[in-house]
Design a protein around this ligand. Sequence first.
Ligand code: FAD
Length: 304
Amino acid sequence: PFDILVVGGGPAGASAAIYAARKGIKTGLLANEFGGQVLETLSIENIIGTPKTQGTKFMAEVKQHVEEYDVDLISGEVATSIQKDDLVTVNLENGANIQSKAVILATGAHWKNLGIPGEDEFKNKGVAYCPHCDGPLFAGKDVAVIGGGNSGIEAAIDLAGICRHVYVLEFLPELKADKILQERLAGIENVTVILNAETTSITGTDRVESLTYRKRETGEKESISVAGTFILIGLQPNTKWLENTPIALNNRKEVITAADGATNVAGIFAAGDCTDSRYKQIIIAMGSGATAALGAFDYLIRQG
Ligand code: FAD
């Protein structure tokens, strides 16, 4: 068995594997695809100390860093379940099992898509999912935020300080965000809220130029000129495979973690976007990967 098996090959998993391997213990990293969400990112400007990079370039460097250590990289495999007896067993889709004394869950998350024309085509060309990441790219421009829940309204408030005008489109007849956020939004001049609006397409030539929505009350279609569309209809943690296991998830299906990355099951730790960490960012995922590896190491040295 491994001493520490990391499940997930994004920033959290890579960081956990490096921290584990640096302790000289038998470390494995299992991932469906090494790189994670960062592979979908064109330009990254908020990795402190690396002013500007691209997602694929950055994760290639991270992989190289992992490979400097004795980490058993198992990629192209999907974990489907996990059990804890004396050892932790991770079951794979291909029918095989991997055992480890401790496991770190780092399976990340994914943004829900609208599934409308233009969304895929203009990803990184005006279609964005993360205001902390991409907000400054739209400074002085008009943008739309799709989604009137907490993340959408937080994004609109944030973007209103950077962009010229922010349109918020909500499918339902009312915003779902907390009252305090709605009140704050109502006091901002360069924001227009459009309710009962079903976004139907995103259009442009090289980059996003406009967005079309259907007024659900009348069926009428309307277009607005925007340079960017932030889609904030929910971040889904990749934890479906943990739902029938004893690992505790919160109401958002995120793995509940303690300060050392421990889950409710002894020997199983978690890090990154699949957890209940408040913010989902590369450096935060990397930090929590390091925390979970150190937490798991502390656990192992107490097992005798
Ligand atoms: P992920 O990156 O999601 O990695 C999860 C890993 O787990 C992957 O290797 C995946 O293959 C694997 N996996 C999942 N399920 C299984 C399974 N069942 N079995 C085996 N393997 C599995 N953050 C920033 O800080 N700056 C940015 O500029 C930025 N831009 C972004 C742009 C986009 C378009 C997106 C989508 C995200 C962006 N983010 C950005 C957020 C950042 O990418 C995430 O916070 C970060 O990648 C989370 O890391 P993670 O390791 O927790 O998970």
